[in-house]
Design a protein around this ligand. Sequence first.
Ligand code: DHB
Length: 394
Amino acid sequence: TSVPVVIVGAGPAGLMLAHRLGRAGIEAIALDTRTRHEIETTQRAGILEAGVARDLVETGVSDRVLRDGHEHQGVELRFAGRPHRIDFQGLVGASTWLYPQTDVFIDLADARKRDGGTVHFGISGTEVLDITTAAPRVRYTAPDGTRHEIRARYVVGADGSRSMCRGLVPEDRRVRYTKEYPFAWFGILAEAPMSAPELIYAHSAHGFALISQRSTTVQRMYFQCDPQESVDAWSDERIWETLQARVAGEDGFRLEEGPIFEKTVLPFRSFVQQPMRWGSMVLAGDAAHTVPPTGARGLNLALHDVKVLAEVLIRTLGSEGDSALDDYQPRALQRVWRAQNFSYWITQLLHTAPGAEPFDLQRQLGELDNVVGTRAGRTYLAEQYTGWPTGTGD
Ligand code: DHB
């Protein structure tokens, strides 16, 4: 088989890239070691920038986000036991959409099927060869055990935060920027009514908590925990006690409780690898960069990468040739570092570092007060949270 583009990784970034290229008449084959079922049932992010939701509709992936998603015109910051609403619409005229990544993936996988695109799930033994030539190849073993080779002009590594592709850039020619944090998130899904109409990001002396949603009957919540925490140590009762303590306040606010049917400890770090291109291979999404989950940037950032990459690949494979691909990294990277900064900033704003002194906690409250108590502060948060214009970096 021979196609212009092989995409290693068929998560949202890989499939959206295949979809965008397909619309321009460029065939791309996407591969993933996970089965479609595995990807569909792994809980991931929940918030889309309005521009991302619009792109899903306007590029013809699906309009389901408009029916099954929920527009959020703001977010609540809760600290010192008090609620403070950040009015995105009023401040910057933008909203976000609550629409789980698993649904984005389902829409994209269905669209690939509908449009006759090729996606191979559940493959193994991926090998990417000859990326420093104009004729790279990808080999893999299909679920039935047969070995295959695809020849391409370009290979895209959209293979997520444990990317194999990024390791193909020679060690002495790449830089890896990493920031580890002394905490992680404990994520749950619970069968319960919504506790609030919008998301709540809660700072407390006991640590951070995030109250999110999946539907009127299923809720998604997270709380800061030790990176070594084991889910087995956490009964439903202990989880609810912890969450209630982190949102408690003088207004008597309480979360609606219910049976918890998923418990996971989520990894937590900041990471960027540069360059994002090596010869005939390009990296996109988490393969090139990871952000901590606070502020919901990861999925949005990955989809921005492939928006820029699709545009650049269409020019590259059209009349402009290989040099047009040089436009990708600078255009993608400016937003990457903006998102890195925002994710880091909102993480340190809301989490309690182990060993934090009373001064640190009071200083955080001062910073939070500066954010919600000034128009500039609220506007900054609203602008960062709702996203930046496409091709920030243009
Ligand atoms: C969700 C996750 C996030 O990291 C975030 O900042 C907001 C919402 C979620 O899973 O719903």
